[in-house]
Ligand binder design. Sequence first.
Ligand SMILES: *Cc1c(COP(=O)(O)O)cnc(C)c1O
Length: 224
Amino acid sequence: MADIAEEIRILGEELPSNVKLVAVSKFHPAEAVMEAYRAGQRVFGESRPQELAAKAAVLPKDIVWHFIGHLQTNKVKMVLPVAAMVESVDSVRLLEAIEKWGAANSSVTEVLLEMHIASEETKQGFSREEILSVVSEAGKYPHVRISGLMGMATLTGDEAVIRGDFARLVAMRDEIRDKASGFPGLPDDFGILSFGMTHDYRIAVEMGADIVRIGTLIFGERSY
Ligand SMILES: *Cc1c(COP(=O)(O)O)cnc(C)c1O
């Protein structure tokens, strides 16, 4: 098993202070989360609704949970009461479900739009055109705060490919900022970028990530 506290400490020294670390604890037990918590980590990422709800129920209340997996609309009610941010909004249907829940519960959910930047077909996310369409209609979702974009690069050791994927995410953010006046309802400070995982977070930091999501490096390999 990885020395969780030691990895948190090393990442704390390595990451620039303006980069937020989301410790991805999916498939690891609550005890592992506690170990990172005792080392000072407060932001954790989970990708399955049941697992998030179960951990949130037993772990300290000052933990900030980010939901980072594919979210089915019927699971929104399980995730939104505990998640501070949904990083993985990948469909208009999901956005509508989050809006509906927020209206019914008088709350605003912070989200990122997931962009498909990898070359693999299987990875979720919006295309460039779909993202432009969503942000142009941001005003339709008063109970959703669309703060930025999330992406996952192709799973490859080829750094040039990873950089190319990340560059598309950065360019998308910049394009939206340039055209911001055309997107009423989008927050003035739109532009948070979440990209970078265990195998590519150093590249991500170098390319301007605001959030990195790191699991394996901190908690060790996941057993599914
Ligand atoms: C699992 C996961 C991560 C963390 O991946 P590691 O390679 O273990 O660091 C990051 N982001 C998302 C969306 C994930 O599902």
